[in-house]
Write a protein that binds this ligand. Structure first.
Ligand code: CP3
Length: 367
């Protein structure tokens, strides 16, 4: 990797770090934040996308009593669920329990969770439909998220809490398709027929997401992750024409807060040279490419030093323990111990056995 200067910036630690914890145990000195800053660590810190969820029996017990959206909107329960995987496995970071569609609802689109997944009945299909969405004040419309962050921070002590939102493209696919799409035809049709309205939609989502994530930082998250879960479906032309600019602008705005910005572009392994121009602090890598190769590709265009996060195939956790141990050790070796946050290459699947996660934790945390 070519040597580059860090731009001058300070990483702020959330102000109300567990009051009893010694200074050295503040989230700022945590393995996770050190790895995000590109520093060397004795081992990679570990957390898993979707670590708070249905593979956990204690999560399923809570879900027997409340709906998914109710859970997201009840701070005491959402904070409890945020803490569950930390208590059970001792992961090195927690992620806020919420959903990517929460800010879209706050922007004015109603959201329902059905057996078949999310549904947005008033999806945006024409430029006139843009009138249905608006920016929002997070303290008013998503106060439950900010309260969840405060409560979770109290329970976490020195374990850092990651805030998140969807990246503009992925959120736009939900606004346009009204559900998790299979081939994203409606999204692309909207982009090609109404390019100006498409850019306006992405920019409105980007602006609302900036305010939303800045409010999460003010409430105490130590890093933010942008999930670009469906960006793998765009061509390089669409990336250049629609996706790059609003995403890079959002990342630049978020970096002014001083907390590391993680960009996870699922399926973006074919365009990592373009992804690196986004200017994030950390790039989440899916399982499709070994981490050392991903790092080398990112380095060709990155503007400053960066860290990588990933990238064990979540499906490996459905295999036998010796396979999990071998594959996890390979990710540790390829990711190295400088600027590497261990994660899965996408979210953990609900059918994952607890023993598989325990094996993963042993390999990554004990070597
Ligand atoms: O990572 C975590 O543990 C934090 C929680 C989290 C959830 N959703 C909880 C959730 C996070 C970070 C998300 C983000 C999210 N939501 C994404 C991006 C992440 C990714 O996997 O790429 C997306 C695409 C969504 C939208 C969404 N939410 C879908 C498509 C679904 C239904 C599909 C499914 O997996 O069931 C959800 C529901 C959802 N979000 C659940 C959880 C735990 C399951 C709800 C339940 O308990 O029934």
């Amino acid at each position: 990797m070519r040597k580059r200067e860090w731009p001058a910036r300070t990483f702020v630690s959330p102000s109300s770090v567990s009051k009893n914890a010694p200074m050295s145990a503040s989230p700022t000195d945590s393995l996770f934040l050190r790895a995000c800053r590109g520093e060397a660590t004795s081992r990679p810190p570990l957390w898993m996308m979707r670590q708070a969820g249905r593979y956990l029996p204690e999560y399923r017990r809570i879900r027997e009593k409340v709906s998914f959206l109710e859970l997201c909107k009840t701070p005491s329960l959402a904070a409890e669920v945020t803490l569950q995987p930390i208590r059970r496995f001792g992961f090195d970071a927690a992620i806020l329990f919420s959903d990517l569609l929460v800010p879209l609802e706050a922007m004015g689109l109603s959201v329902e969770f059905t057996e078949q997944g999310p549904r947005l009945p008033t999806a945006i299909r024409t430029p006139d439909d843009l009138a249905r969405i608006h920016s929002f004040d997070p303290a008013q419309r998503t106060d439950f998220v900010l309260e969840t962050i405060r409560l979770a921070r109290e329970g976490l002590g020195s374990t850092p809490l990651i805030g998140f939102a969807g990246a503009p493209f992925t959120v736009a696919t939900y606004a346009i398709e009204g559900k998790t799409a299979k081939n994203f035809t409606e999204t692309k049709k909207f982009f090609y027929r109404y390019p100006q309205a498409a850019r306006q939609l992405l920019s409105m989502i980007g602006g609302a997401t900036e305010a939303y994530l800045k409010s999460q930082v003010a409430a105490g998250v130590a890093a933010v992750q942008l999930f670009d879960s469906w960006v793998g479906v765009v061509s390089t032309d669409d990336w250049n024409d629609f996706v790059f600019e609003p995403t890079a602008a959002l990342i630049a705005a978020l970096r002014t807060t001083g907390v590391p910005v993680i960009y996870f572009g699922n399926g973006a392994t074919t365009i990592l040279d373009r992804v690196a121009a986004l200017g994030a602090d950390v790039y989440g890598i899916d399982w499709r490419l070994p981490l050392d190769e991903a790092r080398a590709r990112l380095a060709t265009t990155a503007r400053y030093p960066f860290a990588v996060q990933g990238n064990l195939d979540p499906a490996v956790l459905l295999g036998p323990i010796p396979l999990i141990e071998r594959r996890a050790a390979d990710v540790v070796a390829r990711g190295g111990c400088r600027g590497h946050v261990f994660n899965l290459g996408h979210g953990i699947t609900p059918e994952t056995p607890i023993e598989s996660v325990e094996a993963l934790v042993r390999v990554v945390q004990q070597g």
